[in-house]
Design a protein around this ligand. Structure first.
Ligand code: DMJ
Length: 457
């Protein structure tokens, strides 16, 4: 992304020469997929890209080593999908010995249902449907367990019984990337059923999770907020929102719901202004953090970046600058940037998550890098949920999975890359008519209301 080819080449070589997955180590299937599998695949795609838009990122004598490593890792994750009655995978797997005997049968929706982008890419690059098939089966199994009444999904499920252990339906922890990957799978693979699921889910979210006035930026009533509800009844379950939910405005940008995205983003930014960070959970009734740590999460920056691409409103550069300055002021440590243990006291932990580099820093950098190849029209890229970039191209349009799904032969409709609407950020920008760019300001009335809601005034 920074165009630093010599460092990229050095890092790739280091990974090829030193990394092995033959380890007696128990990993989370979701985290290993989005952080490790995703980065291997992304780097492989960049190396083998015939256009090389980021500079010369080719590797001398490259023999698909990263793809082989990704394959090796994915094979080691596969036992998680075996011996599960629903097809929903176990949450953890030992890279050497498979599912641990004392393994938990409960998993979260996001963890089990957001593997399709990475597993699908792998399948399509290898021409082996296994990986996409298991990931898709998990998505469909979760989808079939949604409530008949509200259409909502819960956040924790038993993989053997299909019983919802966590009945909370929300947009944050345990659910977030499930929705994100329904849309991103469609963007990448063009399978219509993914879009249909996403559209249904989005409608149910609007009907049951969104509270407050209808038009976000004007009218009477409270500014809108997406709350946590019981999946079966739609009743409010608690009065907090979490920091993970701040990704949602970014997703709304991808589908063109820019106005609502602007309002929700502004609410999270108001919380950031109050603490110089986002508490893990913020109680909107008490106007105080419920869970006060901040592990350098990227979601607010990610939405800021996507909103800037969509609106080109310099307000988002200002937000980015503000976030950057608080990170420098409160989280900088001797050897990196530190998790804030408490957003009020500003105490630190000796821990820096990998998503700080792969997402938080990347989105901040890209926010200010107008000329980045990612932003040039004609270059179509998508970010995985861990911020790894993958090109949206024909290579990923050849699906194999429907040939092996019983009763579904040839049933999936395919969309060509140029028919997909939300493919890259330059085309997303075009979803906001030119004359409306810059012209999507938040009304001062709205700003005052949210500032009051987070105790800023
Ligand atoms: C990232 O690992 C991913 O974005 C994931 O989907 C949820 N959020 C974390 C960072 O907060």
């Amino acid at each position: 992304v920074m165009g630093n080819s010599s460092e990229f080449q050095k890092a790739v070589k280091l990974v090829i020469d030193t990394v092995s997955f033959d380890k007696d180590s128990t990993v989370q299937v979701f985290e290993a997929t989005i952080r490790v599998l995703g980065s291997l695949l992304s780097a492989h795609i960049i190396i083998t890209d015939t256009k090389q838009p980021f500079g010369d990122m080719t590797i001398k004598d490259y023999d698909n080593e990263l793809l082989h490593m990704a394959h090796d890792l994915a094979v080691r994750l596969l036992p998680a999908f075996e011996n599960t009655k629903t097809g929903i995978p176990y949450p953890r797997v030992n890279l050497k010995t498979g599912v641990p005997p004392d393994s938990n049968n409960e998993t979260c929706t996001a963890g089990a249902g957001s593997l399709l982008v990475e597993f699908g890419i792998l399948s399509r690059l290898l021409g082996d449907s296994t990986f996409e098939w298991v990931a898709r089966r998990a998505v469909k199994a979760l989808w079939s367990l949604r409530s008949n009444n509200t259409g909502l999904l819960g956040n924790v499920v038993n993989i053997q019984t299909g019983h919802w252990v966590g009945k909370q339906s929300g947009l944050g922890a345990g659910s977030d990337s499930f929705y994100e990957y329904l849309l991103k799978s469609y963007i990448l693979f063009g399978e219509k059923e993914d879009l249909e699921m996403f559209n249904d889910a989005y409608r149910n979210i609007q009907n049951h999770l969104r509270r407050g006035r209808e038009a976000c930026n004007e009218g009477e009533g409270d500014p809108p907020l997406y709350v946590n509800v019981n999946m079966f009844t739609g009743q409010l379950m608690n009065t907090w929102i979490d920091s993970l939910q701040a990704f949602f405005p970014g997703l709304q940008v991808l589908i063109g719901d820019v106005e609502d995205a602007i309002c929700l983003h502004a609410f999270y930014y108001a919380i950031w202004k109050r603490y110089g960070a986002l508490p893990e959970r913020y109680n909107w009734q008490l106007q105080a953090p419920d869970v006060p740590f901040y592990p350098l999460r990227p979601e607010l920056v990610e939405s800021t970046y996507l909103l800037y691409q969509a609106t080109k409103n310099p307000f988002y550069l200002h937000v980015g600058m503000d976030i950057l300055q608080s990170l420098e002021k409160y989280t900088k440590a001797k050897c990196g940037y530190a998790t804030l243990h408490h957003v009020v006291e500003k105490t630190k932990e000796d821990r820096m998550e990998s998503f700080f580099l792969s997402e938080t820093c990347k989105y901040l950098y890209l926010l200010f890098d107008e000329e980045n190849p990612l932003h040039k029209s004609g270059n179509k890229y998508m970010f995985t949920t861990e911020g790894h970039i993958v090109s949206v191209d024909e290579r990923f349009r050849n699906s194999l999975w429907q040939d092996i799904l019983p009763g579904e032969e040839g049933s999936a409709e395919k969309i060509k890359p140029n028919e997909v609407k939300a493919v890259n950020f330059s085309s997303n920008c075009n979803r906001v008519p030119d004359e409306r760019r810059y012209l999507l300001p938040l009304k001062s009335n709205y700003m005052r209301q949210i500032d009051r809601m987070v105790g800023l005034i």
